[in-house]
Design a binder for this molecule. Structure first.
Ligand SMILES: [Zn+2]
Length: 462
């Protein structure tokens, strides 16, 4: 292991040069004018893998190619699958970049370029760590598979079918993804939970057409009023969601999780300052981080009805609609929520109103047990690479590809973010700290060692 880490130390410059080389390729997946460049990034990745002696394929998809590579199987040891993406967001607006987006430039220890942190820099740490093993020990202590796509920034349309179709090839014990952030500078983190979602549109229809609110108001149900009443009924005054059975499947926070969250350096005052709000609210009995990461929510995302133009118009609108969504936590099932919601609304529908409920999309949440041996392996690896143990955090949003890996491959997903929250992902002046690049590479090299110590096919004991 010392030789591996010494290799990483002595190759800092060449690793940085190679990152810069990849960052010079304008692999903007959304831009058809960059099709050839996007392909060039896929080929660049494939060349890296071939040079390491991995069995490598460039898989055509009908969109941008998927790069797949794997090292040799190691009997009795687990299999790790690294997921990443070589495509990047469009760089516009160009005039807001201090240095051009595809001319990587180092300032204050950060490398600035589109894709620096999302995801070329973070992804490359795992390739360089494999290089360090191959060039010193000559082989890896476990089998590592790489699945690198070129359509993450445009919705990964071809990845899910690929995963479903190649379940056998992709079979693994854990999936490693570095495409997110540390908790704060100097505080590395492992993200072990994501919320799910259930997104709806409710359309209410009343009279045949808009009516005069003076002549008819008071005798006819107003769809906008009805919408307000229905939406308000979804939560009580303690912000508890009122759908029958809504909380039945919710996995409660453990004492250990609550302690971990409480120890994180983020006060409500700092949080309010970040957002520019003068107060906070949420479900009674939970802290802000618990509410954001581990409790389900209901939020209205859009409201439409009546007159929105200049001045006053005394109208009783014929229609009203709302888009709203629930953020779900493990193990809530979006289909059960839909059934409960439909009945809840129908039971409360006032006379003279017709209802249409559109189920836009749903995805369950993901939770990896903190007792998973792979989780402990990742924590030890991060401590070795970053010089401090990681904190365990959750994320309030959803990452669809993680759900796919969890459901299709049945593997524990390790979200190991090497970035920082202020890396300007998707924005001008995207950056990645070169120190974090090297720390991430060290942690990754250690991860292969730590994972190899775990027993093959150990299932979580939750
Ligand atoms: Zn990304």
């Amino acid at each position: 292991m010392d030789d591996v880490q010494a290799y990483i130390e002595s190759h800092r410059q060449s690793f940085e040069n190679e990152l810069a080389e990849l960052l010079r390729i304008a692999s903007v997946s959304a831009d058809s004018r960059q099709r050839a460049e996007t392909r060039r990034a896929a080929e660049w990745m494939a060349t890296q893998f071939r040079q390491l002696g991995l069995a490598t394929e460039l898989v055509e998809t009908g969109g941008h190619p998927i790069v797949y590579a794997e090292s040799l199987p190691v009997l009795g040891k687990p299999v790790a699958l690294v997921y990443g993406h070589y495509d990047v967001q469009p760089p516009e607006p160009l005039d807001e970049w201090t240095s051009p987006p595809f001319e990587p430039t180092v300032r204050n220890g950060n490398i600035y370029a589109r894709g620096a942190t999302d995801d070329k820099g973070q992804m490359l740490t795992h390739v360089k760590s494999v290089e360090a093993w191959m060039k010193t020990i000559g082989k890896l202590p476990l089998q590592v598979k790489f699945l690198i796509e070129g359509e993450e920034e445009v919705g990964s349309a071809h990845l899910e079918p690929f995963v479903k179709e190649h379940r056998e090839k992709l079979v693994c014990d854990c999936v490693v993804i570095s495409d997110c952030s540390q908790f704060a500078p100097g505080i590395p983190a492992i993200t072990y939970g994501l919320r799910g979602i259930a997104y709806y549109e409710l359309r209410l229809r009343g009279p045949r057409q808009d009516l005069h609110s003076g002549s008819f108001g008071g005798a006819v149900t107003n769809p906008a009023n009805a919408l307000a009443v229905l939406l308000a009924a979804l939560k009580d005054e303690n912000n508890r969601i009122q759908l029958p059975g809504f909380y039945d499947d919710v996995v409660p926070l453990t004492d250990r999780e609550r302690e971990e969250f409480r120890a994180l350096p983020l006060t409500d005052e700092q949080f309010m300052q970040q957002l520019g709000v003068t107060g906070l609210s949420g479900e009674s009995g939970y802290t802000s981080l618990e509410r954001r990461w581990a409790r389900p929510t209901c939020d209205i995302n859009g409201l439409t009805s009546g007159y929105q133009g200049e001045g006053a118009k005394t109208v009783l609108p014929a229609r009203a609609s709302a888009k709203f969504s629930f953020r779900l936590v493990p193990n809530q099932d979006p289909r059960k929520i839909t059934a409960s919601l439909r009945k809840f609304l129908e039971d409360r529908l006032p006379p003279g109103i017709a209802l249409e409920l559109v189920d836009h999309h749903g995805a369950p949440g993901v939770l990896v047990s903190l007792d998973s041996p792979y989780m402990s392996a990742a924590a030890a690896a991060i401590e070795a690479g970053f010089g401090r143990a990681p904190v365990f955090i959750r994320e309030g949003g959803s990452i669809p590809i993680v759900t796919t890996f969890t459901h299709e491959l049945g593997a524990d997903v390790l979200l190991l973010g090497w970035g920082q929250n202020d890396d300007n992902t998707h924005s001008p002046n995207e950056k990645f700290s070169l120190d974090d690049y090297h720390r991430g590479t060290r942690a990754s090299a250690q991860l292969w060692q730590e994972l190899a110590k775990t027993t093959n096919r150990t299932k979580k004991t939750q």
